[in-house]
Design a protein around this ligand. Structure first.
Ligand SMILES: *[C@@H]1O[C@H](CO)[C@@H](O)[C@H](O)[C@H]1NC(C)=O
Ligand SMILES: *[C@@H]1O[C@H](CO)[C@@H](O)[C@H](O)[C@H]1NC(C)=O
Ligand SMILES: *[C@@H]1O[C@H](CO)[C@@H](O)[C@H](O)[C@H]1NC(C)=O
Ligand SMILES: *[C@@H]1O[C@H](CO)[C@@H](O)[C@H](O)[C@H]1NC(C)=O
Ligand SMILES: [Zn+2]
Length: 962
């Protein structure tokens, strides 16, 4: 799935930073809904398949035996059967039936081979109402002209989501059988399985039937062997209302009109799929329009609401898809395995996007781009998410990990590749560098807690759907991407690519475990004499994937000594999770010395000495060049001083990514009490001369923490004054290059940094900034049809104007939100409305999040998170969710727990800790987000006690200098 599935960094760190992170804030939750009863309506009589024998059993009616330790009580499929292909027909109804429900009916035949003798057929089925066939929930027949054993009993094992077919005799190994089912399900609005999405077009309500199967919801659409290794071919047919469009993984092959059960329908049959996993199956019935292009033999289509296509919002996606596909074909050295690539923008969608093979689904905001209302950040999001999903077409879809415990490799890989693909499509953006801010620095925050976990889980640890869902987190995505980037760097890209090519080649259409990939990289290394590693790829990489966390490397430039230590942001925390590697890593160190080029060194022990690192009095050492390694760096005090001095005298000597790194490492080392906070603050002093995006972004994310911790204390005033002084030259710089704010800068990163300038200037109370924002907003209020605010600055300006304004501004913002015809614009407003500081407005907005006619269900969590980003909103949000917790969890599922993380981000007192602990006692022991919040609060309390005084004094002393 695309990013945005898990709570992104903004959840924990960014809400204050509207400009910088607003769009990354889209929060999507893996919502596991309570089981719902489906109503009894008979299924369509779809086509029948040629079968040789029909089972003649007339055994007992459906019963559910009491639980025991039977095969059907385990969550994993036994290794007795292997599917070959499915014949699947589905008929979604886009109008409610007489019970007021949206339903679908269907039938499915799966042909499977028995690999081990068994008298049991277990197949996943969840929330489906199966129709009786000859007294059972399924019919079994044998192929190969033999006779299938008769059915003894069939029943649904609800807990493990199985349809159990118990036989009177045994299936024979080597033989093939066919299982037929007919069923009905509800097209719910809960964004999983086969579900519905609604939108208005020209005052008319339109319903879309669509799917989201990953990870375990294909079983909600049809009975299936719903594990990634159970690859099969799918022959799909959709029955739908004439005039609507039906889409699936394969190209439509035949469309005929027919009358079924007295209803005129269109029957669309699709080309059979490749051999693939159930979680990649997709089908959609809609009234969308499309634009298309041809990329050699591949048909590319972008689908969306008719209005959006008419207005050209799909053009950008169409333009970048071809080049990205081509890039991957050459990078993977494998042609795109299908003949078409459909990409569809859905009004309601849980994840950022989903890589269904040949039919990728997106949120509207991640596929559609309107140059008039979208910012460069929206555009970057579109190109990177498309790039992410297309990367999966090979890595994930063609070659699939055997089980979900290796999810990190699938998602980490796509999260790394998305930068390479996007860079190919937008070569002037320098987008590859942004992995450092977006992924490495972001996931460091999570991975520096004892509540983190290793990238790789053991297969037997991951069984239940909830356990699988929990793996879709920033560790899997961002840490996965970071360590793969490190691997690619120390192998060199050609070797990395070579290993990847042979891996994809060998395992096409089948399944692997992560060590298969390591083996192929090792072969590539062995075939490349110019490269030598101190250990095997497996030995090096296992240290990064089998133990959680990452090291801080300390370099002493007086002695040339190096040492490594597991970096924990809370120095008091106790690591309970054992590691076979003792929390030591094999670390590829890159470094440079004043005026000299890059060198490298492997740190293989806890401590070592490398004499070239010794410096003379005026030299400094800088390590982890461009942050290609997944570790932080600390130095002896004198070296820190020299680096800070270098920044102040000529910052350009230090590579721009490392300027961002110095700030991020220093602030985090200070939080971990490894260095003084005043030293970290010292790395910001040079910024009055800095105009580059990455260092500013790094500062802005780090002082975010200071603002959260201090915005209710006496430190706030002096801190604000200091940062105001620092940002004023940047604000003036942008005022100048934008000709007094009449245009936006041309550079991609300059556009971002302009947002930082305006945001920080307004936040710190620079009057020119507030006047600018409020003036623009007023102007817009007077003439709503002509928004004078450039899309790049809208999120920031809206937020500032609403934060400083009252009911009038808020109501206007709300009206424009309701009126917005494009999702990205609506999203900016939805975010900005959370900036209000007026309690009754904030409380009313909180209530709106529980009303799906006001705030879409998919947006509820992120809206609450946004609200808690502001100092007034946080208190109200905390009360709000505590008061309604049971209701909220019933509505949104347990993954809503993640909201706690954002709402409690400021917590830094014993009193607040007590509230959290009470909350845990009342509602949720064991929820990871709650644990994380408690750990963080404890750390904040300790940090505040030690640092409040020095920080206050430092700001006061800086402010007294002129
Ligand atoms: C570091 O990154 C910059 C910016 O992407 C690049 O120009 C430079 O070549 C990189 N340095 C090394 C040593 O790879
Ligand atoms: C840290 O700061 C304190 C007070 O500002 C000072 O006394 C102490 O020496 C500093 N420690 C280091 C290692 O610089
Ligand atoms: C910038 O524009 C504002 C508003 O139009 C105007 O008041 C101000 O004088 C302009 N400043 C400069 C330096 O041109
Ligand atoms: C909102 O949209 C409606 C219909 O398109 C329009 O009549 C109304 O004027 C719009 N409101 C504003 C404030 O633009
Ligand atoms: Zn993905």
């Amino acid at each position: 799935m695309g990013k945005g599935f898990f709570i992104s960094r903004s959840m924990a760190w960014g809400a204050l930073l509207l400009g910088a992170v607003a769009v990354a804030m889209i929060v999507a939750l893996s919502i596991v809904y309570a089981q719902e009863k489906s109503k009894n309506v008979s299924g369509p009589n779809g086509r029948t398949m040629a079968v040789t024998t029909v089972s003649t059993s007339t055994a007992a009616p459906t019963t559910t035996p009491t639980p025991s330790n039977n095969t059907w009580d385990r969550y994993r499929l036994p290794d007795t059967l292997k599917p070959q292909y499915y014949n699947l027909t589905l008929w979604p109804r886009l109008q409610v039936n007489q019970h007021g429900l949206y339903i679908f009916t269907g039938n499915s035949s799966v042909v499977f081979t028995c690999v081990k003798e068994t008298d049991l057929v277990l197949i996943h089925s969840n929330n489906l109402n199966l129709t009786d066939i000859d007294g059972h929930l399924a019919r079994l027949t044998a192929l190969d002209r033999t006779i299938a054993p008769a059915i003894n009993a069939t029943w649904l094992q609800v807990e493990t989501e199985f349809l159990v077919v118990q036989l009177k005799g045994k299936l024979s190994a080597g033989r093939s059988y066919q299982l037929d089912t007919e069923f009905q399900g509800e097209l719910t609005d809960n964004l999983g399985g086969f579900y519905r999405s609604e939108y208005d077009e020209d005052g008319e309500k339109k319903v879309v039937a669509t799917t989201q199967m990953q990870p375990t919801d294909a079983r909600k659409a049809f009975p299936c062997f719903d594990e990634p290794a159970m690859k099969a071919v799918f022959y799909i047919t959709l029955i739908h209302e004439p005039g609507t469009v039906a889409l699936s993984n394969g190209m439509d092959k035949e469309t005929v009109n027919a009358t079924i059960e007295g209803t005129e329908v269109t029957v669309t049959t699709f080309e059979p799929t490749k051999r693939m996993s159930t979680y990649l199956v997709a089908f959609i019935v809609c009234d969308f329009a499309y634009i298309s292009a041809s990329n050699e033999n591949v048909l590319i289509r972008i689908w969306a609401r008719r209005k959006a296509i008419e207005k050209g919002h799909g053009e950008y996606a169409l333009n970048v898809t071809g080049p990205i596909l081509k890039f991957y074909e050459s990078y993977y050295n494998t042609t795109y395995p299908l003949f078409k690539s459909d990409q569809v923008a859905l009004p309601d969608f849980n994840a950022g996007a989903m890589e269904n093979w040949g039919l990728i689904t997106y949120r509207e905001t991640t596929l559609l781009y309107d140059p008039h209302t979208s910012s460069n950040r929206n555009r970057e999001r579109v190109v990177t998410i498309i790039s992410h999903e297309l990367a999966h077409m090979w890595f994930g879809n063609l070659v699939t990990l055997r089980w979900w415990n290796d999810l990190w490799l699938n998602e980490g890989f796509a999260s790394y590749m998305e930068y390479l693909g996007a860079d190919h499509a937008e070569p002037t953006w320098g987008i590859k560098d942004s992995i450092v801010l977006n992924d490495v620095h972001t996931v460091f925050q999570i991975d520096a807690l004892v509540s983190s976990h290793p990238l790789s889980s053991r297969e037997d640890e991951i069984n239940k759907p909830e356990q699988i869902n929990e793996l879709f987190d920033s560790i899997s995505y961002s840490k996965g991407a970071s360590v793969l980037r490190m691997l690619s760097e120390f192998l060199s890209e050609p070797v990395f690519v070579k290993g990847l090519n042979t891996y994809l080649n060998q395992f096409a259409f089948s399944n692997t475990v992560y060590s298969d990939l390591w083996d192929h990289f090792q072969q590539a290394v062995d075939n490349t004499p110019s490269i030598s590693l101190p250990h095997t790829v497996t030995d090096i990489m296992n240290r990064w994937i089998l133990q959680m966390g990452f090291p801080v490397v300390t370099i002493d430039t007086r002695t040339g000594g190096l040492s490594q230590k597991h970096f924990l942001v809370d120095p008091k925390s106790v690591v309970k999770r054992p590691s076979e590697f003792n929390y030591e890593w094999y670390i590829p160190i890159t470094w440079m010395k004043t005026g000299l080029g890059q060198e490298s060194y492997w740190l293989l022990q806890k401590t070592a000495t490398h004499t070239p690192l010794i410096t003379t009095e005026n030299e400094w050492v800088l390590a982890n060049i461009n942050v290609t390694g997944y570790y932080r760096v600390n130095y002896d005090g004198a070296n820190w001083e020299r680096l800070v001095h270098q920044l102040s005298s000529d910052h350009q000597v230090i590579p721009v990514i490392n300027r961002a790194q110095l700030v991020d490492d220093a602030f985090n080392l200070a939080r971990a009490k490894i260095i003084n906070i005043t030293l970290a603050l010292g790395t910001t002093k040079y910024l009055y001369r800095e105009t580059e995006f990455m260092p500013w972004e790094s500062v802005v994310s780090n002082i975010n923490y200071l603002f959260f911790i201090f915005d209710r204390t006496e430190v706030y005033g002096p801190m604000q004054a200091y940062f105001k002084k620092l940002v004023t030259p940047l604000f003036s710089y942008f005022q100048k290059i934008t000709l007094n704010w009449t245009r936006v800068p041309s550079g991609h990163n300059d556009q971002y940094n302009q947002v930082n300038a305006v945001w920080l200037a307004c936040l710190t109370g620079l009057q020119d900034c507030n006047n600018l924002a409020r003036g623009w907003f007023r102007q817009w209020m007077q003439d709503p049809a002509n928004n004078p605010i450039h899309p790049v600055l809208r999120t920031t300006v809206y937020c500032v104007a609403i934060a400083e304004g009252g009911a009038e501004e808020w109501e206007f913002g709300w009206e424009m939100f309701r009126n917005a015809s494009i999702a990205v614009e609506a999203e900016k407003l939805r975010y900005a409305l959370a900036c209000s500081r007026v309690p009754w407005l904030v409380n009313r907005y909180l209530l709106y999040t529980l009303d799906p006619t006001k705030i879409r269900k998919q947006d509820a969590a992120s809206t609450i998170d946004h609200i808690s980003g502001n100092v007034v909103g946080q208190l109200l949000a905390w009360d709000f969710i505590r008061e309604r917790w049971e209701y909220i969890i019933k509505q949104f599922g347990t993954s809503f727990y993640n909201v706690i993380n954002g709402v409690t981000r400021r917590f830094s007192t014993k009193f607040e800790l007590k509230q959290l602990q009470q909350f845990k006692k009342d509602y949720g022991s064991g929820a990871p987000a709650l644990e994380e919040s408690i750990v963080r609060t404890v750390a904040n309390i300790g940090w505040l006690a030690e640092n409040k005084e020095p920080v206050l004094n430092w700001f006061l002393s800086q402010n007294s200098k002129s």
